[in-house]
Write a protein that binds this ligand. Structure first.
Ligand code: ZN
Ligand code: ZN
Length: 211
C-alpha cells in the first residue's frame, strides 16, 4: 500500500471522483487503519507515519486531478483547524458542502490518535502479534478475506480474527469429534493464529454476534 511506494503516490482510479468523495474515501481508509492500530500502545507513532503517507497520497491524487501541485492544493483546499498542541491553527485539506441543515465542513481525518486500553477479548494478544509479525499488516493490506476471498479497496472492511493457540483450537474440534468449521480448517492450513476476514465472515465466526 502506501508504505512502500514513493512519497507522493496518487490513486489513478480516484481522479474522477469529486473532491468530497476523494476525501471521504481516504477518510474511510484511515479510519479503518485507526480502528485496527488503536489497540497498540504506540498508536501515535505507528499511525503518525502511515497517516503522513496516506495524507500525501490524497493530496497527490487531488493535485493530479486538478493538474496542479500539492502546495497549490493545500492552499486551495486547506481548512484552518485548531492545533492539537499549543495555540493557533493549521491547514488540513477539506471541503465545505451544503446540506439541508446548513453548510458543513469535512476535512481529512483529524482525530487524536488514542490508544484503546480495553481491547475486545479476542484481540487480547494482538498488540504483541502486530509487532512481532508485521506480515499480518501486509495480509490485512491485501484487502482480501482469507475465508471467502471477497475483495475491497477499504482496509477497514477487514478484521483480524485471532486465537490464542492453534493447538487448542485443533484439539477442541478434533478430539470432540465434531465438524470442524471452515475457518478453523483455514487457520490450520495457513498454520497461523490470525485470519484476515471480511465483516460478514467475522460475524459468522463469532456465531453471528456483532463485533
Ligand atoms: Zn469473507
Ligand atoms: Zn474474531
Amino acid at each position: 500500500m502506501y508504505f512502500h511506494k514513493e512519497k507522493h503516490t496518487h490513486h489513478c482510479n480516484r481522479i474522477n471522483l469529486t473532491i468530497a468523495d476523494i476525501i471521504g474515501k481516504y477518510n474511510s481508509e484511515i479510519r479503518g487503519m485507526y480502528n485496527y492500530y488503536r489497540i497498540a500502545t504506540d498508536i501515535s507513532s505507528k499511525m503518525g507515519k502511515y497517516k503522513y503517507y496516506h495524507y500525501s497520497s490524497m493530496a497527490a491524487t487531488i493535485a493530479r486531478k486538478e493538474v496542479s501541485s500539492i502546495t497549490k492544493v493545500i492552499k486551495k483546499y486547506g481548512i484552518d483547524v485548531p492545533r492539537k498542541h499549543g495555540t493557533g491553527t493549521r491547514k488540513i485539506i477539506g471541503v465545505n458542502y451544503e446540506t439541508k441543515t446548513g453548510s458543513k465542513t469535512m476535512t481529512y481525518f483529524n482525530e487524536p490518535l488514542i490508544y484503546l486500553n480495553q481491547p475486545k477479548k479476542w484481540l487480547k494478544e494482538t498488540n504483541e502479534i502486530y509487532y512481532k509479525k508485521p506480515l499480518v499488516i501486509k495480509r490485512l493490506e491485501n484487502c482480501r478475506c482469507e475465508l471467502c476471498g471477497i475483495q475491497s479497496s477499504i482496509p477497514g472492511d477487514f478484521a483480524v480474527h485471532h486465537i490464542k493457540k492453534l493447538k487448542s483450537l485443533k484439539d477442541k474440534y478434533f478430539k470432540a469429534n465434531i465438524i470442524t468449521p471452515y475457518w478453523v480448517q483455514r487457520m490450520i492450513e495457513l498454520n497461523r493464529r490470525t485470519l484476515i476476514v471480511c465483516k460478514k465472515c467475522h460475524k459468522d465466526i463469532h456465531f453471528g454476534k456483532e463485533i
